[in-house]
Design a protein around this ligand. Structure first.
Ligand code: ITT
Length: 204
């Protein structure tokens, strides 16, 4: 079965492709298809609802446009000291074209006087699976961390250089992608929805 990985975000795409690849049963059942491979430009209109609602909307829209079973997700970084900001505005904060070096510096500056014990944050990810006939499943997961005092690491994408994992003692951007997938909001959400993907693939 073809599975359309409906995202315009290269970092998300890389992680999702590896998640499919890492599951031996899925690898047999599913052929992942990227927007580039089929010449579909993903440009979701974002509605200001919950991650779950936005993820559902993205997956349904993608399935309709592509005619394929589609996987989409909506995610964001929530910083407690900023009352959950940037949250659903994580991609649009300072403009979509602004580099994450600048976005990360801006967040570090906003938190410059915030002590370590008040720097808690989390990544959230809602992931949805839809067929052209309708929604199949949606899940939401998160990973807790702290906003560091400086950006470190070259891996991952987005806010990963400032997202510190106290349990591991590393920034998210210091983890190899396979380790990030093992602990991340996206990896956890994917492993939960993988069951639904297998069910749909077995039925088709
Ligand atoms: P699509 O809607 O096309 O999938 P997008 O980047 O616009 O791509 P979102 O609206 O879901 O996606 O925004 C998610 C943003 O949250 C993303 O652009 C990053 O800024 C941030 N983010 C989410 N997961 C992340 C991760 O694992 N590492 C770093 N930043 C992340």
């Amino acid at each position: 079965m073809k599975l359309f990985i409906a995202t315009s975000n290269a970092g998300k795409l890389r992680e999702l492709l590896l998640l499919v690849e890492s599951d031996s049963r899925l690898r047999e059942l599913v052929e992942p298809v990227t927007p580039n491979q089929v010449g579909i430009e993903i440009e979701f209109e974002e509605h200001g609802e919950s991650y779950i609602e936005v993820a559902k909307h993205k997956a349904l829209q993608a399935a309709k446009v592509s005619g394929m079973v589609s996987l989409a997700e909506d995610s964001g970084l929530e910083v407690d000291a900023l009352s959950g900001f940037p949250g659903s505005r994580s991609a649009r904060f300072m403009g979509k074209g602004t580099s994450y070096d600048l976005k990360n510096q801006a967040i570090l500056e906003m938190l410059s006087s915030v002590p370590i014990e008040k720097r808690s944050a989390r990544y959230k990810c809602a992931m949805a699976l839809a067929t052209p006939e309708g929604l199949v499943d949606v899940v939401e997961e998160e990973v807790e961390g702290l906003i560091a005092f400086e950006a470190v690491g070259e891996g991952g994408f987005g806010y990963d250089p400032i997202f510190y994992l106290p349990g591991l003692g590393f920034m998210m951007a210091q983890l190899p992608i396979i380790v990030k997938n093992a602990i991340s909001h996206r990896g956890k959400a994917f492993r939960r929805i993988a069951h639904a993907i297998k069910m749909v693939a077995a039925r088709i």
